[in-house]
Design a protein around this ligand. Structure first.
Ligand code: ATP
Ligand code: MG
Length: 394
């Protein structure tokens, strides 16, 4: 009995007591989302500290899907075999032959066996099992053992009912499974930053909803299409994402005609945050997330950040606050949002931008502008026009 499978491992060390049950429950949900639409059925089974995926499905597809799951630190293709040293030896030798061909002609490689027992009632200690398997490899392949700097590392894991053998391991996404930390509402524009901020928030266990403000009716639908495409990419990491689109063009014009002047940009941002904050309440989200990075543009000075966040009643999280633009763009490429972010759009923020943007605003100044506009009545009006999309399913 030998069967190909993929092991998903998570950092067990930080998981104690009740946290662990919660973590594993969210992880199971995340795994089943990552397997949605797979080309063949996949069996999922949970062992202590490990989730095992197996089925008649191409290895590449299973690996790609497994590598999307947030909360998984290592993705390890493996062969599952019977629970005896002899079965394990057979699996190790077959795996080596599959990878390196004929022992008579393959070039020698320094190797190490790493044996662990997740279940301690196995008759051999880990050291003895490793010594036995190492001996068999030396016999068959004539390779030198090198525990310090091996070229080939053979991992052997003894479980309750079986043994897993693997020759490789890949990095998983890391972080925490989506939902384990609660819910957040991401303020999503069309640029590079906010989709990366959303990914980092999800990776810390926040299930995310999205809100995008458009300049409609003063601008066309291009920014909505971008937001839609971005949420589709981000949905691969969580499933069930909702995108809320809210037109604020008329409100922006009202701010401009009421004389916001060089406070226009910060006033717009406060209006967005205030509206998003109310929407977050309706959605049960405990925090807002933005792609702000300190000092990146004039609206992102420390003073302006403070003025903007003053308009929110819940925490405003900025996962990228200390990131450089090139770091953000690299991450956008890695998570698959960069291509969408580079598309042109009509961004509502560049609409009605004054020639000089105030960099040292205070909430008091902004409250003055907002009083002229009766901002409290404006928010429910904006929310009445919200359109909800579910981009992941289309
Ligand atoms: P991004 O690359 O995310 O567009 P940016 O560098 O363009 O960010 P700003 O335009 O100052 O910076 O926006 C800062 C943050 O405010 C964005 O990351 C986003 O979270 C939020 N935001 C800006 N415009 C919008 C919008 N139209 N709808 C929703 N959120 C927005
Ligand atoms: Mg932007």
């Amino acid at each position: 009995m030998a069967q190909a499978c993929v092991l998903l491992k998570y950092g067990e060390l930080m998981l104690k007591g009740r946290n662990r049950g919660k973590f594993e429950r969210y992880l199971r949900e995340a795994v089943s989302h990552a397997l949605d639409g797979a080309s063949a059925p996949v069996r999922v089974s949970q062992r202590p500290g490990v989730v095992v995926l197996s089925g008649e499905i191409a290895r590449e597809e299973l690996l790609e899907r497994a590598q999307r799951v947030l909360g998984v630190s290592v993705v390890q293709p493996a062969v599952r075999t019977g629970r005896s040293a002899e079965d394990a030896a057979g699996a190790v030798l077959r795996a080596l032959a599959e990878r390196f061909g004929d022992p008579a002609t393959a070039a020698p490689r320094r190797f190490a066996i790493r044996a662990h027992r997740r279940s301690k009632d196995f008759p051999l200690s880990s050291e003895k099992l490793a010594a036995y398997l190492g001996g068999r490899v030396v016999e068959e392949w004539g390779w030198p053992v090198d525990l310090g700097d091996p070229e080939v590392e053979i991992t052997v894991e003894v479980d309750q009912r079986e043994i897993f053998v693997s020759l490789e391991r890949h990095r998983g996404q890391g972080g925490l499974p989506v939902g384990a930390s609660g819910r957040a509402l991401v303020m999503l524009s069309g640029g590079f930053d906010s989709p990366v901020a959303a990914y980092r928030a999800m990776r810390r266990g926040l299930r995310c909803d999205f809100v995008h403000f458009t300049g409609a009716p003063l601008t066309g639908p291009s920014s909505t299409y971008k937001a839609y495409a971005l949420v589709r990419q981000l949905d691969r990491f969580q499933g069930g994402s909702r995108l809320h689109v809210i037109p604020i063009g008329n409100a922006q014009r009202a701010l401009a005609t009421s004389g916001a002047g060089h406070l226009q940009v910060v006033a717009q941002r406060r209006l967005m945050v205030r509206t998003a904050d109310t929407l977050a309440g309706e959605l049960g989200a405990q925090a807002l997330v933005t792609g702000d990075s300190l000092g990146q543009v004039s609206s992102q000075t420390l003073a302006n950040m403070a003025t903007v966040e003053d308009a929110a009643s819940r925490p405003l999280l900025r996962p990228l606050v200390a990131w450089d633009k090139n770091e953000i763009i690299d991450e956008a490429r890695r998570i698959g949002t960069a291509d969408v972010s580079t598309l042109p759009d009509e961004d509502c923020c560049s609409l009605l931008t004054p020639p000089r943007v105030a960099t040292r605003t205070t909430p008091r100044q902004l409250e003055g502008v907002e009083r002229r506009l009766e901002i409290d009545e404006l928010v429910p009006k904006l929310l009445a026009d919200v359109q909800v999309h579910v981009p992941g399913t289309a």
